[in-house]
Write a protein that binds this ligand. Structure first.
Ligand code: SF4
Length: 299
């Protein structure tokens, strides 16, 4: 198991099973706390073959250099991160993806996750990623015609991709919740259950240049649905979202950049994928950039 030291205690993590054990009676001194965030998401490319109206990924061309990325992966592992999550854009359009995932699996103890629209997954891609990705998050916003209208792709094709993914990976369904999808929450969970997902991540739509984000009424309906949910699939949401249900927070002191950071496809470290500013990761590495970012945030 990987060991991470932090303000809440000594944290053991097994990437294979997802088991977390916190020994909160063993409180390490601050000088020994792990320097890396617990989880880092990395946009490997801005490229995407879809054009969702509510997308907040940057649209300029950018892609990460493979050797820089491998150095950052080593650094994050050695500095105590527990996982890295690849995204984009669409990470399956990054040609080095299988090689990078294999590198992280063989050379580090990091859990490797990925957020994808799923539509490029076939037997070939699955076989190249099998055994090197611990968890796949598939974006499924609505079902049937709603999905097809929002994502511009066939829902039948998505079903076939889900079948492929579910055959080889532990997976979870990510759903952007807006006025189009909030009425389909039961159907979204049913699709997740049909293909054996272990989690449904509910993400109220964020405002972008083109969209206003989930409005008050959408959030009210979502909260009400969550309040009466009795299914067996675990529900999750982003740390900024308040769904009106009590949540157990095992790591209440590991917040901000101790908990999470994002690196975009231009190589800039940010507090989140939609944070406006950030610090470019230079030759002195990702931990140096994150320290500088923490100082900027504190100022
Ligand atoms: S699939 Fe994701 S990255 Fe691509 S356009 Fe849609 S929201 Fe953006």
């Amino acid at each position: 198991m990987k060991i991470r030291l932090g303000p809440d205690g000594t944290h053991l993590f097994d990437r294979r099973t997802g088991l977390n054990v916190l020994l909160n009676e063993i409180a390490p001194p601050e000088r020994e706390w792990s320097a890396a965030p617990r989880q880092v998401s990395i946009a490997v490319t801005n490229a995407c073959d879809l054009a969702c109206s509510y997308c907040y990924a940057p649209k300029h061309r950018a892609v990460l250099d493979k050797s820089r990325l491998l150095r950052w992966i080593d650094e994050l592992d050695q500095a105590g991160a527990l996982g890295i999550g690849f995204g984009g854009g669409e990470p399956t359009l990054y040609r080095h993806l299988p090689e990078v995932c294999a590198y992280a699996t063989v050379n580090t103890d990091l859990a490797v996750t990925m957020t994808t629209h799923g539509l490029r997954w076939n037997a070939d891609l699955s076989s190249r990623l099998r055994g090197t990705v611990n968890f796949v998050r598939v974006s499924v916003d609505g079902v049937g015609r709603t999905y097809e209208r929002l994502r511009g792709r066939s829902f039948t094709h998505l079903r076939s991709a889900l079948e492929t993914i579910a055959g080889d990976f532990q997976w979870g369904l990510n759903a952007v919740i807006n006025q189009d999808t909030v009425g389909e929450l039961d159907a979204i969970v049913a699709i997740a259950a049909e293909y054996g997902a272990s989690e449904v991540l509910l993400l109220p739509e964020q405002p972008t240049a083109n969209t206003t984000g989930a409005g008050e009424e959408t959030v009210r309906v979502l909260k009400s649905w969550v309040g009466t949910y009795s299914g067996t699939i675990r529900l999750a949401t982003s740390s900024e979202t308040e769904l009106g249900v009590p949540l157990a927070d095992a790591l209440p002191r590991e917040v901000g950049l101790r908990s999470y950071a994002h690196i975009d496809a231009s190589g800039t470290a940010r507090t989140s994928s939609y944070a406006p500013g950030g610090v470019r990761v230079g030759e002195d590495g990702v931990i140096a950039a994150l320290k500088q970012l923490a100082q900027v945030e504190a100022a």
